[in-house]
Design a protein around this ligand. Structure first.
Ligand SMILES: [Zn+2]
Ligand SMILES: [Zn+2]
Length: 332
């Protein structure tokens, strides 16, 4: 999670197509200024897809965005989350409490819920991984200190009523939405496809502005899973994609291609840096691959991605892990 920044915006709502509204909710995160929730007309109310992070004023932002399009929180009949990241499910507990609605989410949400169940253990685990990856002690402690002072971004525990898996259908006035599993960005990630209207709610799997992130440590090869999940959405007939951040976009295929290219560039970058430098820790590789000065706000995020890029390279036998303290990597 990135460092909180001061919020300057409020929630905004706009109609995307008849019966579907974008609710743009501000986020207090460096580099991620807002996220989207989607309201879909369903009988006498709406299905809400994603709901934003729990932070000061966040419920008011959601209510304001709904009001702008003539809706209210009490209209929510069902909450569906594309994945278990706090900017997508953070307010679930409050919304369920206020409306009595059910929450549907993919069952592989332990990448979030394990940390909520035992925050200290999750923190200790992250610190150990960072240390093993070559992060120097002083910035590591400073980062850990900052993290301890932050809230969880969740208004309460996740209490899903139903596992959001293929075969489950989300019924709306626009028609039924089918569930496709798309792990990679997060193990719990799904997308929703409305076939007749050729609409896709793509969550953070495919964004309008290409930006990669993968959860590390829950599945063997998040990057490989992400690439396979790109193939899944590439096969769907889609006119308009409604993503977790940014504006709705057309040309899903072009965005899928852009993601594939960027992943390949990153993998090549990691391998190239190892060929050039010889043995290096994951942390040492960050400036070589990202070509930017590391900021405390983004270093943890980049390191997580770096660890994910090393996995497929290891599986391809392009790199090998040198078991040392800290762990080093070398081109094979
Ligand atoms: Zn996410
Ligand atoms: Zn997100």
């Amino acid at each position: 999670m990135r460092k909180p920044t001061r919020r300057t915006e409020t929630g905004r709502g706009e109609r995307v197509v008849p019966g579907a509204w974008r609710l743009r909710l501000p986020l207090p995160l460096t580099g991620v200024p807002h996220c989207n929730a989607w309201a879909l007309a369903a009988g006498d109310g709406v299905v809400l897809v994603d709901c934003g992070m729990d932070t000061r004023g966040s419920l008011r932002d959601l209510e304001r965005a709904l009001e702008q399009v003539g809706l209210a929180l009490d209209d929510v009949r069902l909450l569906v989350c594309t994945h278990a990241h706090i900017d997508h499910c953070g307010q679930a507990a409050t919304i369920q409490e206020r409306t009595g609605c059910e929450l549907w989410i993919h069952p592989r949400h332990e990448h979030l819920t394990a940390a909520l169940d035992d925050r200290d253990a999750a923190m200790a685990r992250r610190i150990e991984i960072a240390r093993q990856s070559g992060v120097p002690e002083a910035p590591l402690q400073a980062w850990a200190e900052g993290r301890r002072e932050q809230g969880t971004g969740m208004s309460g525990p996740l209490r899903p009523a139903r596992d959001l898996l293929p075969g489950v259908v989300v019924e709306t006035d626009l028609g039924p939405w089918d569930v496709y599993e798309t792990p990679g960005h997060a193990p719990s990630h799904i997308v929703l496809h409305q076939r007749e209207r050729r609409l896709l709610i793509s969550g953070d799997h495919v964004l309008g502005r290409i930006s990669l992130y993968f959860d590390h440590g829950w599945t063997p090869d998040p990057v490989g899973e992400f690439l396979a999940s790109l193939d899944v959405v590439d096969r769907l007939d889609v006119r308009l994609s409604l993503s977790g951040h940014g504006r709705p976009f057309t040309n899903l295929h072009g965005h899928v291609e852009g993601n594939r290219t960027l992943v390949r560039e990153r993998l090549d970058g990691v391998l190239g840096a190892l060929v050039e430098r010889g043995e290096a820790t994951a942390f040492d590789l960050l400036p070589a691959v990202y070509g930017e000065r590391l900021m405390p706000e983004t270093a943890a995020w980049l390191l997580t991605k770096m660890l994910c890029y090393l996995e497929p390279l290891k599986l391809e036998l392009a790199v090998r892990r040198v078991d040392a303290e800290p762990v080093r990597w070398a081109a094979a």
